[in-house]
Design a protein around this ligand. Structure first.
Ligand SMILES: Nc1ncnc2c1ncn2[C@@H]1O[C@H](COP(=O)(O)OP(=O)(O)OP(=O)(O)O)[C@@H](O)[C@H]1O
Ligand SMILES: [Mg+2]
Length: 233
């Protein structure tokens, strides 16, 4: 069951459907193993002042959000899921309070905090052009982040606009770049998704091969599969 605690969606590991076995690509899995190793090391060895968290950055559909969910499931840790766009849309003063509360609630137990599409929450200063509430919000975040107990909390930010993110955020977290998936990995993903939907993969794999450019992201691939699925119903 998922529940909302003071504006935050808390995903329980048992309810997360993303499974590590479904994740494809050598490089992607290497990143996964590294992040998992760091978080479990800090949580198990009670390292209170270790790595505060990560920025997963890369193009649309490179599996950044998916990885955060898979980690939470695999490590059996609740995931505090914050939609960056939601927070950025909050009224003046609201988002600072929300961020403050988020860290307090999350710190009550071992957990992962995911701030998805974080560039809208922590934009770099010359981009926000004097919106003082953004600065205030960032300051609350930095304060909370600097005080995170890394034996209990790990923070993951995702973004496809790394260029727009505040340097002070980048300095505090460990940045990891997600590459676009190669064609073989995309094919593997296509096969899994076709099996899930009970449709034949032959035509889709052919299209992938012949139009590599067009289907270079999982998002484009998903669109194609959805179309085929609807046609097959
Ligand atoms: N390495 C992978 N193996 C299997 N599936 C993947 C992989 N990477 C991405 N996917 C699939 O691609 C889709 C998009 O992934 P996801 O939403 O995590 O991307 P994202 O990087 O967060 O994109 P955005 O920047 O748009 O938020 C999901 O259905 C996910 O399961
Ligand atoms: Mg995402």
């Amino acid at each position: 069951m998922t529940n909302k605690q003071d504006e935050f969606l808390v995903l329980n590991p048992i309810d997360i459907r993303t499974d590590i076995i479904q994740l494809k690509g050598r490089k992607y899995n290497e990143i996964y193993d590294l992040v998992k190793k760091i978080i479990s090391h800090q949580f198990q060895r009670n390292i209170e002042n270790g790595i505060k968290g990560f920025i997963f950055h890369g193009d649309v559909g490179t599996g950044k959000t998916t990885m955060a969910k898979a980690l939470s499931k695999d490590l059996n840790l609740p995931l505090f899921f914050v939609d960056g766009i939601d927070i950025a849309r909050s009224l003046y003063g609201q988002s600072e309070r929300q961020i403050g509360t988020l860290f307090e609630i999350a710190s009550l137990r071992k957990s992962i905090i995911l701030i998805d599409d974080a560039e809208s929450v922590f934009p770099k200063r010359d981009w926000i052009k004097g919106q003082s509430w953004h600065v205030a919000q960032n300051n609350v975040f930095f304060h909370k982040l600097d005080n995170v107990n890394t034996a209990k909390t790990s923070v993951i930010l995702t973004t496809n606009r790394y260029d727009l993110m505040d340097k002070a955020v980048k300095d505090r977290l460990y940045s990891i770049m997600f590459d676009s998936l190669d064609i073989e990995t995309l094919k593997e993903i296509a096969k899994i998704k076709c099996v899930e939907l009970g449709i034949r993969s032959k035509e889709i794999l052919e299209k992938l091969e012949s139009k590599k450019e067009e289907y270079s992201s999982v998002r484009a691939l998903e669109k194609l599969i959805r179309r085929k699925y609807i046609e097959a119903i």
